[in-house]
Design a protein around this ligand. Structure first.
Ligand code: UT7
Length: 338
């Protein structure tokens, strides 16, 4: 960790989900599944899908405008916009550029960052680096996903289809002078292991595919839908998440008993219950929204932060950890003083 007397502090949060609620019963009308199966295996009751005409950047815009308002800032006050997503609005450029246009962000630099469900933590790490190095004073970090348009809503795709939802979350980070107990990011620890890349991926379109990136044959074979080896992902998630959480707590010199709130990526409530059990974390020290929003990949953690702050679970001085695992594989954990 850099140590230049500067810490990146969260000064505003925001979140947005589309209005359209899709219940487990709704999905059971499209595929062979049931409310009981989905709730028992994942904890999810419903998720949100975009309406026709809504775009990823629309969701991100609403979340960012909330975060800017909460921080009392204008978009022109930002030095950088980092947007984490696995469901980019177009092949290129990324969602961040359409968000940029909608926010009327002048010449503020922006980019999309791809680290799937760990994407927000990866973006947080880069934002922290920009701020600690003195290159940026204020950075907006956004997680935004529209997954509903990219899933196979038939029985064949049911393992993935029932978990994913659409949503966006944003935080604004600002340089803060370090004093012993000042608020901000205390540590971010990240890992990747590419040998598992094909265990959770969307193969097509692929720039390495001849004669073109997407063929009718690929679509017929459903290679443009996500494939997930669910058990393999589950097994790695419940091992890696506690490991990296302990690593980042050690780096930040924070004891597990001193953490007020543990926030986990909302992939599957059962994964998070396993992790909490392994680390002997009582349920009242965690907060979830998966039952209402499903798995919103890179948007899950900033959505949790915004909700936790709105309902008073997160208050100044609290120690909070953020931990995620996802496709790549990628995983990571952050420790913050709020
Ligand atoms: O966010 C990024 C990372 N993603 C994750 O962390 C997800 C990790 N994995 C999981 O959450 C779980 O593996 C799932 C929720 C996806 C699946 O739960 P599972 O307990 O691992 O089920 P399974 O894949 O082992 O399948 C058990 C059975 C199978 O039937 P058979 O072969 O036993 O007859 C599946 O075909 O459940 C069946 N199944 C379903 N049944 C009803 C799979 N999906 C569904 C479904 N509804 N939606």
């Amino acid at each position: 960790m850099l140590n230049r007397g500067i810490r990146a502090k969260v000064v505003g949060t925001g979140m947005y989900v589309p209005d359209r609620v899709v219940t487990n019963e709704d999905l059971a009308g499209l595929m062979d599944t049931s409310d009981e199966w989905i709730q028992q295996r994942t904890g999810i009751k419903e998720r949100r899908y975009i309406e026709p005409g809504q775009m990823p950047a629309d969701l991100a815009q609403a979340a960012c405008e909330q975060a800017l308002e909460a921080a009392g800032l204008e978009v022109g006050d930002l030095d950088f916009i980092l947007l984490a997503t696995l469901s980019s609005q177009h092949e290129f450029p990324g969602t961040s550029f359409f968000l940029h246009e909608q926010l009327d962000a002048g010449h503020v630099p922006c980019l999309d960052l791809r680290a799937q469900c760990s994407g927000f933590l990866y973006a947080l790490n880069f934002a922290d680096g920009l701020i600690q190095s003195g290159k940026s004073k204020r950075v907006m970090v956004v997680g935004c996903e529209v997954q509903s348009t990219g899933i196979d809503r038939t029985t064949e795709g049911r393992d993935v289809a029932v978990i994913f939802g659409d949503g966006a979350g944003a935080v604004i980070l600002e340089a803060n002078e370090v004093e012993s107990d000042s608020a901000g990011i205390l540590d971010v620890k990240l890992h990747s292991e590419g040998k598992h890349a094909r265990r959770l991926w969307i193969e097509a379109p692929s720039s390495g595919h001849m004669p073109c990136r997407l063929t009718r044959e690929m679509i017929d074979e459903k290679r443009h839908f996500p494939y997930m080896d669910g058990r393999h992902v589950f097994k790695h998630a419940v091992t890696r998440m506690p490991e990296v959480l302990k690593e980042s707590l050690a780096n930040a010199s924070i004891k597990i008993d001193d953490v007020d709130l543990f926030l986990f990526h909302q992939a599957n409530l059962r994964i998070n219950e396993y992790v909490a059990q392994k680390l002997e974390i009582a349920p009242d020290r965690t907060f979830s929204n998966i039952e209402r929003f499903g798995n919103c990949s890179a948007a899950s953690i900033p959505m949790l932060l915004a909700e936790a702050e709105r309902n008073g679970i997160l208050a100044p001085g609290k120690i909070v950890t953020l931990t995620a695992f996802g496709s790549g594989f990628t995983w990571g954990s952050a420790v913050l003083r709020w």
